[in-house]
Design a protein around this ligand. Sequence first.
Ligand SMILES: [Zn+2]
Length: 288
Amino acid sequence: MSSSLPFNTMMIRSLFTPLSPDQEMDDTPGFLAVLQGNSLVVPIGAEQELLRDGSLPAAGVPEDGTLRIGLWRGKPLRAVRIAVDAELPGEYEALPFQGPDVRLDNTLATIAGRAAQILHWERRSRFCSHCGGELVRIPAGWGKRCPACGDIHFPHIHPCIIVLVRHGAELLLIRNAAWSAGRFSLVAGFLDFGESLEECLQREVREEAGIEVTNIRYVGSQSWPFPSQQMIGFLADYAGGEVKPDGVEVVEADWFHEDALPQSPGGKRSIARWIIDTYGKCEEIRTP
Ligand SMILES: [Zn+2]
């Protein structure tokens, strides 16, 4: 089930109760999620955990103050961001919540991702994008209202399709121009005005790899807090054309046999990895 992927709520359902800052919580310090870039600051060594008792590392000057985002293990959880270049005291380390470091488990990665997504929105929703007025919070949620012009603003979560295209026992993988040599993943892209998800998928595959697809099937979705996407996963079958990267956004595109994929396409916590692991084998062809 894609709902159990890291960064989706299911991963922390038993530990975390989402609340917005205006909702009632007790005044105990509780827990603190300290973010530095896309990393979570944790004490070195001991069992990894969010910082207890609400105490910031000495060198950690918060960028925006702390924000209560819910309850963690029944106690208030606040989130705070410190400067990317702040030097941490020796007893702390910053572990990337997208990276390969297994010391940060899926649970902590998920709450860190959620905190990062919320702080990203809060920082970008101080003022009305229509009139420049200062926004106020709509009670019990993350939406904002502009008292000056009446506009309503809700969190910007960007829908993005991602698709595994199959051609018999071969899978279509692409390399984005921004990725290092040898790193491949699935075709993905942002929804455009007026598009259905299927139309977006067909356009992205056409643009990035030059081919047509058919038999499009939804397989699952994932919240992706880098900074705020909703990844919507599909399978599709090859329908025609010759694979050719666009040469700008995508510098390599090719078919890879399901038994000879490049090393670890997609990050280990990504829906790309999950789709390949779950749907990457063509059982009909493998059956003698
Ligand atoms: Zn306004």
